[in-house]
Structure formats: C-alpha cells, structure tokens
Design a protein around this ligand. Structure first.
Ligand SMILES: [Zn+2]
Length: 324
C-alpha cells in the first residue's frame, strides 16, 4: 500500500479511537499541559518507558518522547517540541501547544488540511548574487547548490502536473521580503525554501526542516534565551505547516540517508511572512567536509530533490484524500 494511503487509513482509525476521550480546550495556551497517558489513550496506544524515553505505540504508529527534553519521534522521525516533556502530577506531560499544533496535526493530518488541493508550489532557492550563503572549505557555494537542487525539485513536481514558480532561476540577489511577496503574487498554495547549513563545529551534519514557530513560544535554536516570540502570517497555517514539514523531513531522511536533525521551529523571514503553508529545508552542512563533498555530487542533489518533491507530493495527496 502507498505510504500516504496507509497514513490516512491509520488516521481514520485513530479518530474513531479518540472519539471517547474528552476534547481539549479549543485554544492551545502555551502553559497548559497534556499528560502522555492521555496522548496514549487518545491514539489507542500502549505506553512504556525505555531508557529516557516514553514510548507510545499501536499496530500502525509510534510516538516516542524523551523525558526532560524537547526531542520526540513520530514513526521514527525526529520532531522538536517547543517545550520540554516534564513530570507533573499526572506523570510525564508535554505542553498542550505541542500536542495540538505539532503531534496531532501529524498524526491525524487529514483533519487539519486547509480547504482546496494545492496546485501551485513556489520554490525558493536561498540566497543568490552578492549573498553567497554558506561557503564550504572546497568552495562549494550554498547559493549555487540550492539553485541546482530547486531546479531538480521543479522537474519532479512538473512531471506530476504541479505548477511550479521559483523566486529565482539564476544567480540573482533577492531580498527576503520579496520572496514572500512573490509567493503571494504567484497565488502559491505551498512555499518551500531550500538551503544548506553551516556550523562552527565541522562535525555537525545531517538534514533538518524548519516551520514557523508557534506564537508565544521560543524557536527551537533559541529555547529559554528570551528571544522573539512574535506571531506572523506563517501562523495562519500552524497545523498545515506541521503536516508539510513532517512530510518533507520524513522523505528527506529516507532519500538522503543523512542523520535526522528533525523538524524544527524558527521565525525565519520567509516562514514568518509567507501566507500559505511553508517550510524551509536545510539539506546538509557545507561546514562538514563529507557533506560538502556530497553537495557537489549530482546523485546527492538528486536524492535531496527527490526527498523534497516526495514530501510536497505526500502533502498534496493528503490534501486530495481529505476532500473525499
Ligand atoms: Zn541559507
């Protein structure tokens, strides 16, 4: 069975299973918590502990949550919670905002899809022109690598009759606000920005996908640092962002076989100011010698492009099926 079909089938079962459990409050406050025992019951899962993890699973799906940590895994793919899992009066608990705006949209995607089936996708290769983005030791330029990957994604999507627009098709500088405006003018249904990573530690490696942070909560890389917690247009589609981001990250990990750095949250300009569901992909570290070498290879670029396009197509399939 096609994996997306299977996920949907599971989702329907899960909804029925959850029907007898009292509904949570309609709005997700950032301080309210949900006990993991509730989460397990909601999805008809068994719950056990394994080392530092609470492992919840049923025949089809699994959710693992690391205790005193923001890391969790849905069907083996890492997702970053906004807030750590902590022990409370009812045992280990996560914040309601993480349950309602991350875990549940991924688990029961069809129930959270915005109306309509996406037909136009805007791809946004990061940087360009005077802005090189990251540059590796072997002089691999982020701006050029991501342009090549974006063009490959375009080919895959067009083969499936999806209309694709690109914020740039050559080595031109495009200011950040212009990228979101471009998406609005193109009447984009989905927006995916493509980047390559860089870190001070040359050992840092792997792939990650970012979606807009939920209003009032810290971004993943700034937890507890008193940074920006503001809302933006990107919050219009919190649930759909989670579905899109998870679909891309799962597929990217599968096709690239690089380490899974997870689905994360950030207030990057293009995520904050774009008014359709959006995600930003980091497809490897140019500061890591092994990944910089991979980034020059056509095979790796193709693997990244396949991961991104399969992720987008997975989202579109869910949107189609949720209409039936
Ligand atoms: Zn970048």
């Amino acid at each position: 069975m096609h994996s997306t079909t299977r996920q949907l089938f599971i989702s329907r079962i899960v909804l029925l299973a959850g029907a007898g459990v009292p509904a949570l409050a309609a709005s997700a406050s950032t301080s309210a918590t949900v006990a993991l025992s509730y989460v397990a019951r909601f999805y008809s899962m068994t719950s056990s502990t394994s080392g530092k993890k609470v492992v919840m699973k049923n025949k089809w799906n699994s959710i693992e949550v690391e205790t005193n940590s923001r890391r969790a895994w849905i069907n083996g793919v890492m997702v970053w919670l906004h807030h750590p899992c902590r022990k409370g009066g009812r045992g280990w608990a996560i914040r309601e905002v993480d349950f309602k705006k991350l875990i549940d949209p991924i688990m029961r995607s069809y129930a959270f899809m915005p109306p309509g089936v996406p037909t136009t996708v805007v791809l946004d290769p990061g940087h360009g022109g005077k802005d090189s983005g990251a540059v590796g030791k072997r002089k691999v330029y982020e701006k050029l690598a991501v342009l090549s990957i974006a063009k490959r994604v375009k080919t895959h999507l067009e083969a499936k009759k999806i209309k694709v627009r690109m914020t740039r098709t050559d080595d031109t500088f495009i200011p950040l606000p212009q990228r979101s405006t471009f998406a609005a003018k193109a009447d984009a249904d989905l927006f995916v920005s493509i980047h390559a990573d860089s870190a001070g530690d040359p050992g840092a490696s792997g792939v990650e996908t970012f979606i807009m942070s939920v209003a009032g909560s810290d971004s993943s890389n700034y937890y507890g640092k008193g940074g920006d917690k503001s809302a933006g247009k990107g919050n219009l589609h919190d649930a759909a962002n989670a579905v899109l981001g998870f679909s891309i990250q799962s597929n990217l990990v599968k096709t690239t076989k690089r380490s899974d750095r997870g689905l994360r949250r950030a207030r990057f300009s293009v995520l904050k100011n774009t008014s359709c569901p959006a995600a930003l992909v980091e497809c490897g570290f140019l500061s890591n010698p092994e990944e910089e070498a991979l980034m020059i290879e056509a095979n790796y670029r193709e693997a990244v492009a396949r991961g991104i396009s399969n992720g987008i197509l997975g989202y579109i399939t869910l949107a189609k099926r949720s209409r039936k």
